[in-house]
Design a binder for this molecule. Sequence first.
Ligand SMILES: C[S@@+](CC[C@H](N)C(=O)[O-])C[C@H]1O[C@@H](n2cnc3c(N)ncnc32)[C@H](O)[C@@H]1O
Length: 314
Amino acid sequence: MFLKHKQQNKEAPSFLLLKKQKKKRTKTYLKIILLIAASFNFFSLKLFAYNPVRNDSLELARLYDKLSTPQYIQGKDLIKLLKVTAGSFVLDLGCGTGRLAAYLRELVGPKGWVIGMDPSPYRIEIAKQRMKKGLSFQLGGSEDLGVFKDNFFDFVYLNSVFYWIRDKETALVEIYRILKPGGKLGITSGYKFENSPLLKIVNDAIMEVMGKEFASGGMNEDSFGKEDFKELLQESGFLIIHFKQKEYTDYFPSPKEVVQFFKASSNGNLLEEIPQTKRAFILSKIETRLERLRSSKGIKIIHWTMFAVCQKPL
Ligand SMILES: C[S@@+](CC[C@H](N)C(=O)[O-])C[C@H]1O[C@@H](n2cnc3c(N)ncnc32)[C@H](O)[C@@H]1O
């Protein structure tokens, strides 16, 4: 004890002190480096991890709620095909502002339940205003459905969402897990650029200004075709019980409104990967081309949607 005390009080030889200080300094440097590395890693992960709703806002969510009648109509068609029965437990994945989930709540009646889930806090905020008994909303993406139990839902559907999901395989594995045996999955989705006049107009305008490498224009470049879609569903263990394509026609008062609809439907991702300085020019090209689609009812936009109804085997 005494010796230790004595040693502590003894002036340390300068070379040792230096070493001690060096050691201390090295430790501090190391700590700083580690901290910088950790925070860089944290921020870089935050910056570079794919977040489909990074460009979303409350304003876009409100706009979507107002302009999403095309998706709403298509969603009602999907629900008809799914033959949702009263008393069912249903998950609306990528529910947006909850319009379709609210419609479905009336169909499942007092003994059923509809849960809407979406990764955009802004869309969920609006959806929550529709909440009532048997209708609830939850923040989250399709790739991690860990909050839900296995074999729980009678129906899961994604209306105009599947196209946006980067990791489609993981989403399907998760959906399979949470569906009851015999439970049904319903999906509507657009597909490759060539089949969508609107996406083609956007894509052509981008390519003219930016060159081929910007072809997806900040939208999901993992768009896929009919056969890829069917294969993916079957590989995930689902039985396809219904598959069809349907043509829809929508009319918009002006090219500007089409662009707004597109921005709101894509969570603000339209042209987001294009340098700011080029966006206005590309937008003017898009609007000029859209004007050529004017008919007596307004700007006429035709699009094709794939419908898939699948079942988890019994
Ligand atoms: C075109 S909106 C469709 C909304 C709604 N299903 C409807 O019928 O109106 C696409 C929605 O997909 C959501 N979304 C994007 N990526 C997603 C993902 N990985 N998982 C679940 N939803 C996603 C968006 O936040 C957005 O609300």
